[in-house]
Design a protein around this ligand. Structure first.
Ligand SMILES: *Cc1c(COP(=O)(O)O)cnc(C)c1O
Length: 426
């Protein structure tokens, strides 16, 4: 069934470390080798062996309209014909920026970059430069990309490989990163007692990189209060949750407002885009207006801007999409929970808009440590068997899943039916 992919993987391993360009793709935590993908269409992807899968990964979030959406495809092709990159301003950047900042009360300006990693890295530099402080607070299991000071107990790929941090990151850099348990108010307060040099808190307000774990509202309120009290900035990393959890991401669901927002994934619709945004006062510290340096040869790339713009305009024109996506996400996880309980398998489920998560464990996980006590062997078996039946779930319990607009209730019900057969033998 995977003959060609297995061979392709061997070949890839000869010239690419671990055969992949991002660790989680290697299927290490579920065993076996990854299918090599040939193409996608709507809610499906197809591998080089001719297998077809219902895709719940959607490139790890960006593809809210599924694969090969006609509108996005058309605008990308039209834009490509005018040239791929200029390293000079284009109208598309202003258009996309305007669409984004108009959505939120708490941001006036956005700077585009090419990945989520760059967005969070730059947001932190901005927070440090504005506050003139050095320490940052991050939470165990939150992933903010792979820049040095953020590679401390990051979720997903890192968590799966059990490395709390990474070789090659000097302690001198991470000593400014204070680590707290997610949803733990006491620990957070302690951090502020121990350091008077805190520039910012960075948090996934809806964590999607240790499975799906939303932050408690009270916890976020405490983050806000402590930042205000101590002159620190609050960064919501919405690279995953932005335009996913709701049209305005986590910010659209929560009362707490952040000082800086970071974006990625959906704002590029599958092209490499990231962005960070804040008030005009804070953003005025950025070069060339201010002294904080940040740059990129391909930043605001026209093709990527065009893809993001059409995607965002589609979402804004039809915000009901989110009702539909939420309902489908709930239909899926509630269905999975039901068949699991029929098989006496404890399963914890959660959704936020088009994001979903499920854990094989007895109680709802509230933090990274809780996720660690889930049944990983059972997850690996479930993953493998579902893959064989044509359902492509994220290959780690530390990852969230995604619903796209192209998926139908019938396909979800069929997935649940198959899950029941698989669970009978788990
Ligand atoms: C994916 C992700 C990032 C990193 O984005 P890249 O584009 O992979 O660099 C940062 N923060 C969060 C919350 C993410 O989910």
């Amino acid at each position: 069934m995977f003959k060609k992919s297995i061979k392709a993987y061997e070949k890839a391993c000869e010239v690419i470390p671990g055969g992949v360009d991002s660790p989680v793709r290697a299927f290490k935590s579920v065993g076996g080798t990854p299918p090599f993908i040939k193409k996608g269409k709507g809610a499906y992807i197809y591998d080089i062996d001719g297998n077809k899968y219902l895709d719940f990964v959607q490139s790890w979030g960006p593809l809210i309209f599924g694969h090969c959406d006609k509108d996005i495809e058309k605008v990308v092709i039209d834009t490509v014909k005018n040239g791929l990159s200029f390293g000079a301003p284009t109208l598309l950047e202003t258009k996309l920026a305007k669409e984004i900042v108009d959505m939120y009360d708490n941001i006036d300006k956005v700077r585009f970059v090419s990945s989520g990693t760059e967005a969070t890295m730059s947001a932190i530099r901005l927070a440090r430069g504005v506050t003139n402080k050095n320490d940052i607070i991050k939470f165990e299991g939150c992933y903010h990309g792979h820049s040095d000071s953020l590679l401390v107990q990051a979720g997903s790929g890192m968590a799966t490989f059990g490395s709390p941090s990474s070789p090659g990151v000097p302690e001198d850099l991470t000593k400014h990163t204070l680590l707290c348990e997610y949803n733990n108010i006491e620990q957070l307060k302690k951090c502020f007692e121990e350091s008077s040099d805190i520039a910012c808190i960075i948090i996934e307000p809806i964590a999607g990189n240790m499975g799906l774990i939303p932050a408690d509202e009270e916890f976020l309120t405490t983050c806000r209060e402590l930042c205000d009290k101590h002159g620190a900035l609050l960064i919501f990393d919405e690279v995953m949750s932005g335009f996913r959890a709701s049209l305005k991401g986590a910010s659209g669901i929560l009362k707490v407002k952040a000082d800086i927002l970071t974006f990625g994934k959906v704002i590029g619709a599958g092209m490499p885009v990231g962005g960070f945004a804040s008030s005009k006062e804070i953003m005025s510290y950025l070069s060339p207006e201010g002294k904080i340096y940040q740059a990129g040869t391909l930043s605001g790339n026209p093709v990527a801007m065009a893809a993001g713009l059409v995607s965002l305009l589609k979402l804004k024109a039809n915000p009901k999409i989110y009702n539909d996506l939420s309902k489908k996400a709930l239909r899926l996880v509630n269905g999975l929970k039901k068949v699991a309980s029929e098989c006496n398998i404890p399963l914890q489920v959660n959704t936020r808009g088009s994001m979903f998560g499920f854990f094989f464990c007895d109680n709802e996980p509230k933090n990274f440590k809780d996720v660690g006590s889930c049944d990983f062997e059972r997850f690996a078996k479930f993953h493998r068997e579902m893959l064989k039946r044509g359902f492509y779930f994220a290959c780690s319990q530390y990852e969230a899943g995604f619903i796209c607009t192209k998926i139908t209730n019938k396909e979800i019900d069929n997935c649940i039916k198959n899950a029941k057969e698989v669970m009978k033998n788990l």
